[in-house]
Design a protein around this ligand. Structure first.
Ligand code: GLV
Ligand code: GLV
Length: 343
């Protein structure tokens, strides 16, 4: 049997590419930028599998361009908001993602932002680099205490639960948002809400309606998937429920927060600080967030460790190899596409 043609839309860690190349005919986009749309469409033609990044939109147009031989789209991410799942299922194209392997790294990143925003780490770094005069003072650059405070987790899936486990070491009270109206839950690929009251590591979790959680939390960390229900979940009204001393952390997807409303709340002193790893229109960052001293910014680095990125690469490749062998990919998202025979 001739080896199957596979498109990979960015260089993945070497081990993953080597594994794929061993049994497939790989077309690899080598540049460190997303494939231009026209090139993506052209290079998809005739492929049996495509490994996509979260910056690649997978929709009817792309599926059409790929043609009837396409079996699987393996997203190199846990989030699949860039993929039109219904369109893939309609054509019996399997969609897979990379859950679990990035849970702990992303939870660490959320905590890095909690700590950095609470204790003004990036701001302090900038003060020193600017060569500004400074002297230790009782009221110099005061931040917010983390130990013993209340952490509200919105989206209690795999990553939300991993963030909660870490809170045990900080003696925190942990709140999780109830999925009232389907709005606040993790849902779908990033993991569904876990069993109530299981924070792990001996931690107790209290479930509250989202609005009550926002009012009661010193720190709010977002871990929902992006969907129609979670777009602008933290809008102007919800941000106004947060405490003026609170810190908001987002490592999920940028559009979950209304960035303009967040920038306003920060400027007006209605929120202490924010730690943001994701943005509404990446790579663009709202200018008022860029200029606010107590906003800590990282360029979508949630899963960006050597170990995790390697594991994501291996899992994405395994998803492809299993699908091409006619078996169920280990991280299949749309079950119906596997069961339904190809037309
Ligand atoms: C990254 O944001 C991911 O969804 O894996
Ligand atoms: C501060 O540096 C302290 O020792 O309290």
């Amino acid at each position: 049997m001739a080896s199957a043609p596979v498109l990979v839309t960015r260089r993945l860690p070497e081990e993953a590419i080597a594994r794929l190349t061993a049994s497939c005919e790989v077309t690899l986009w080598q540049e460190e930028r997303p494939m231009p749309r026209a090139r993506l469409l052209a290079d998809s033609a005739g492929k049996a599998a495509i490994i996509t990044l979260l910056s690649d939109r997978v929709d009817d147009e792309l599926l059409e361009a790929a043609g009837a031989g396409l079996r699987i789209v393996a997203n190199y991410a846990v989030g699949v908001d860039n993929v039109d799942l219904a369109a893939c299922s309609r054509r019996a194209v399997m969609v897979a993602n990379t859950p679990d392997v990035l849970t702990e790294a992303t939870a660490d990143m959320a905590w890095a932002l909690v700590m950095a925003a609470a204790r003004r780490v990036a701001e302090g770094d900038r003060v020193l680099r600017a060569g500004s005069a400074w002297v230790w003072g009782p009221e110099m650059m005061l931040g917010r205490e983390v130990y013993g405070k209340t952490l509200g987790i919105v989206g209690f899936g795999r990553i939300g639960r991993a963030v909660a486990r870490r809170a045990g070491g900080f003696g925190m009270r942990v709140l999780a948002a109830e999925r009232s109206g389907g709005a606040a839950g993790a849902g779908g690929a990033a993991g569904t809400g876990g069993a109530a009251g299981t924070g792990g590591a001996g931690g107790e979790v209290e479930w509250l309606p989202l609005d009550d959680l926002l009012a009661a939390s010193d720190f709010v960390s977002l871990h929902v998937n992006l969907s129609d229900e979670t777009r602008h979940l933290l809008d102007r009204e919800r941000l106004a429920r947060m405490r003026p001393t609170a810190v908001l952390v987002n490592t999920s997807r940028g559009p979950v927060v209304d960035e303009a409303a967040l920038a306003e709340a920060l400027s007006a002193g209605r929120l202490f600080a924010a730690g943001l790893d994701v943005f509404e229109a990446e790579p663009h960052v709202h200018p008022d967030l860029l200029s606010h001293p107590r906003v800590v910014l990282t360029p979508h680095l949630g899963s960006a460790t050597v170990d995790t990125r390697r594991a994501m690469g291996i899992l994405a490749v395994d998803n492809v190899l299993e699908a091409l062998a006619g078996r169920r990919p280990p991280a299949l998202v749309n079950e119906d596409a596997f069961r339904r025979p190809k037309a």
